[in-house]
Design a protein around this ligand. Structure first.
Ligand code: GAP
Length: 448
């Protein structure tokens, strides 16, 4: 177990500082549903942007896609989700609560010790109806993974992108699973966001591409600040592989409740394209002009949860420390993930300071997500920014009015430097990219 932080502290910080709220809170909430607040929405967006940058924009062999949540029901029959995307469920004959059969010990209901039914298979896909008539023929599913939207568009993307294999197609979007056991905050929910890459390769090269993507994805978390000792790789045993997978690795993170899956990287073989070709009647193969042969590509799939990644970044960044006898809570987030990059803080709400402080804010906000805060004491405002992981605070004081210089305070080292207002943008840009801050360097020192 992580000895650093318990989940309650993360949940409380998220509520207190506008990162994540319980959904429909004024109605008493809705189990396992969460809303991202003004600060949280920036963090979540930054996580998705960082993934998209690394997986799509910084490569010439991956393109993006955004497919619809509702798809033809035939997709889910072909993909195996109707038959195989199930959990064994038992029901208490007294209180009628339902439990995952593989998650309870013994033969009695954990709630009331009542007798349990034999396990029945329960499909995890949400169903709804398309159009005004609620009948079997108009039933559709909410997608449980974004991957199938990619497979059914394989031909469209290959033809229009004019790219050769190996070729990746990436997608970020909502998925829905009627999970029986939810919990641990945003770790397992019924509605969540996926970041998925389907990387199509020539059969026979799949093993080496699986190793490649396992390393790429592991390194992504480390580069964004997660400490290596809190990450581990775990290969699936034959008995736990999903119905479509030939091989699979999990990247696990040491969450407050223990080691748990953060991302899975699977070798899906040619399962999906073969199934969709068979069920749709459309040929889904690739003509390899260099080799002069046609084949059904194999697929390597790194599949991560946005919300689960957000949780891992929060947990890893969280620290309570004592500075000169005072307690402070700080999020040591990587600068590219930090929801707010700079906070502009006039020393007080004094009418002489306000014009320069507003001018500084105006100068910075087109380039950096910038907060302006002149309420309460400067100490309280620093603490608020530390708690949401703001890398830099810019303070405007009475001296600033004379010398047109302001103070930049760095979140992790608490070091301060004085900078001319005209150079602020350039200096902050360089510091956000990791340039040394006085004797220290922002955040990166933590990785050593
Ligand atoms: N297309 C493959 C696939 O969906 P998965 O292992 O079921 O594979 C991949 O899911 C990732 O999606 C997980 O590692 C996790 O990060 C995230 N995920 C899955 N179910 C989730 C849930 N109920 N709540 C939050 N995140 C979830």
């Amino acid at each position: 177990m992580s000895d650093k932080v318990d989940m309650d502290k993360i949940v409380s910080l998220c509520k207190r500082r506008g990162l994540i709220f319980p959904s429909s809170e004024i109605y008493g909430g809705l189990a396992s549903c969460w809303d991202y607040g003004p600060v949280g929405v920036e963090l979540k967006r930054n996580v998705k942007d960082a993934w998209w940058k690394a997986v799509v924009h910084e490569r010439d062999d991956v393109v993006g896609l955004d497919t619809s949540i509702m798809m033809h029901p035939g997709v889910w029959a072909a993909s195996g989700h109707i038959d195989n995307f199930t959990d064994p469920l038992v029901e208490c004959k007294s209180c009628h609560l339902r439990w995952r059969a593989d998650a309870i010990e013994g033969k009695k209901c954990p709630e009331c010790s009542g007798e349990l039914t034999e396990p029945r298979m329960f499909n995890l896909m949400f169903k709804t109806f398309m159009g005004p008539v609620e009948e079997e023929a108009s039933m559709v599913y909410l997608r449980p993974e974004t991957a199938q939207g990619i497979f059914v568009n394989f031909e469209n993307v290959v033809t229009t992108s004019r790219k050769k294999l190996p070729l990746g197609i990436a997608q970020i979007g909502k998925s829905f699973r009627n999970e029986i056991t939810t919990g641990n905050f945003i770790f397992r929910t019924r509605e969540f966001e996926h970041m998925e890459l389907e990387y199509f390769v020539k059969p026979g090269t799949d093993k080496e591409w699986l190793d490649y993507w396992v390393k790429e994805r592991f390194d992504w978390y480390v580069e964004l600040g997660i400490r290596k000792e809190n990450l581990r790789l775990r290969q699936h045993g034959k008995d736990e592989l999903a119905h479509y997978a030939k091989d699979c690795y999990d990247i696990d993170y040491l969450f407050p409740m223990g080691w748990s899956e953060l991302e899975g990287i699977a070798n899906r073989g040619d399962f999906d394209l073969t199934q969709h070709a068979k069920c749709s009647g459309k040929e889904l193969s690739y003509y390899d002009a260099e080799a002069g042969e046609k084949y059904v590509p194999y697929v390597i799939e790194p599949s991560a949860g946005v919300d689960r990644s957000v949780l891992a970044f929060l947990v890893d960044a969280y620290e309570e420390e004592e500075i000169e006898g005072e307690k402070r809570t700080v999020l040591h987030l990587h600068p590219s993930l930090a929801p707010i990059k700079v906070a502009v803080l006039p020393l007080s709400r004094n009418e002489k300071l306000t014009p320069l402080a507003k001018e500084v804010f105006k100068q910075l906000c087109p380039d950096f997500v910038t907060d302006y805060d002149d309420s309460q004491s400067i100490g309280r405002r620093y603490r608020r920014q530390d708690e949401i992981g703001t890398p830099f605070c810019v303070t405007i004081d009475f001296e600033s009015l004379e010398d047109k210089q302001v103070t930049i305070r760095e979140r992790d080292s608490l070091a301060q430097i004085r900078v001319p207002v005209g150079e602020l943008k350039k200096v902050i840009e360089a510091k956000l990219k990791g340039e040394a801050f006085g004797a220290s360097t922002l955040w990166a020192t933590r990785q050593k």
